[in-house]
Design a binder for this molecule. Structure first.
Ligand code: SF4
Length: 362
């Protein structure tokens, strides 16, 4: 968005926090040499447990500010709905309906007054966060770069023997990425482009990547509306993400590998098991199996790491996933029939997966 931060926390400025070889992706993505990971700042999903929160929150308070603005607009919608009820109630003509009309009208007015109170509290919260934002903007770990510089970064990573270019959290920069890849290819970029996303693209956005991306690496994080609402403020996440993934599979569904076993084309859907939510994980796997079968690869991850303090608001997320929980999900995937599946062995849960967002390579 021009001059105004969107849900991702960013404006149209291209901001990158790190561009370096990354060894912790699936073996067919990282290989021995590493994947050329470009970490973009900002994320439109905003999971409460995000391990990349240092950069995913974008320009820190912007994210909270835009969320508070969404909340206000949501409440304004509810307020108009309440006013509408009151209006319609006022139109009831028959005396026999008068009592219930008054009850509806009275309840609606109380509701409106209650919502007005909430609205004004939310507006105060925005002002508070804007003050924090102006103080915190200098903490933004990313660097603003041009599209030409992004194209150069791709070529530099290729020069470092990266197996691919791995675009991490790229959703909000799709138009700039398409242009940068086009420029870089003219100058000799030939390694695959990996699109590593939380999956809240529209199918139209995915379609824009038809000539740009070779491998899609989408997450499918939550199935239930309550879980998605609680952990990402987006109850409709599953519908949005599965439509996006459907388009990715349509475009790149048939996987291909080179002679070294490195993926050159395909879709790997990632799912990180959350503590206490194996039922949701199983529903996700069942959906993927029933809709895509072995056309896709799945990557079932056990690396959930509680971020400091998360247990205060989300006590259930204050621990790691147990071996038993993880095994239950993996066994279910095997029972379904998945043979194209990556699983994590050993004590992979840990902050060692979180790279330093120090502007390296940018
Ligand atoms: S989608 Fe990924 S990067 Fe974005 S907030 Fe969620 S965990 Fe963080």
């Amino acid at each position: 968005m021009k001059n105004r931060a969107g849900r991702c926390g960013q404006t149209e400025e291209l901001v990158v926090a790190r561009a370096a070889l990354h060894m912790w992706e699936e073996p067919c993505i990282s290989g021995k040499e590493g994947s050329g990971a470009v970490f973009f700042v900002g994320c439109p999903l905003g999971c409460v447990f995000c391990q990349n929160r240092e950069i995913a929150r974008g320009r820190v308070a912007r994210d909270e500010s835009s969320r508070a603005e969404n909340e206000i607009s949501h409440r304004r919608g509810e307020q108009s709905a309440a006013e509408e009820i009151s209006h319609r109630g006022g139109g009831l003509p028959a005396a026999a309906d008068e009592i219930s009309h008054q009850r509806v009208g009275q309840a609606a007015e109380e509701e409106i007054s209650h919502r007005r109170g909430e609205l004004s509290a939310a507006a105060d919260e925005i002002s508070r966060q804007r003050v924090e934002q102006s103080e915190a903007v200098s903490d933004n770990p990313g660097k603003i770069i041009t599209i030409d510089r992004l194209a150069e970064i791709f070529l530099e990573l290729q020069g470092q023997k990266a197996n691919n270019i791995n675009l991490v959290t790229p959703t909000h920069y799709v138009p700039q990425i398409v242009e940068a890849v086009r420029e870089a290819r003219k100058k000799g970029l030939h390694i695959p482009i990996v699109y590593n996303t939380g999956s809240i693209e529209t199918p139209e956005t995915v379609h824009m990547l038809e000539d740009t991306v070779d491998i899609f690496l989408p997450d499918l994080k939550f199935c239930g509306r309550n879980i998605a609402g609680r952990y990402a403020h987006l109850p409709a996440y599953f519908d949005i993400a599965t439509k996006a993934i459907g388009e990715m599979v349509r475009m790149r569904g048939e996987a291909a590998f080179d002679e070294r076993g490195m993926m050159t084309r395909g879709v790997i859907v990632r799912h990180m098991v959350l503590p206490g939510h194996t039922k949701d994980s199983k529903e996700i796997l069942r959906f993927l199996w029933e809709n895509f079968g072995d056309r896709i690869y799945v990557s079932i991850m056990n690396q959930y790491t509680p971020m400091p303090g998360i247990e205060r608001e989300f006590p259930e997320l204050g621990r790691r996933v147990t071996r038993r929980e993880y095994d239950r999900v993996v066994d279910y995937a095997l029972e379904l029939g998945f043979s194209n599946a990556f699983v994590q062995e050993g004590p992979t849960a840990g902050e060692s997966f979180i790279p330093a967002f120090d502007g390296a390579g940018v």
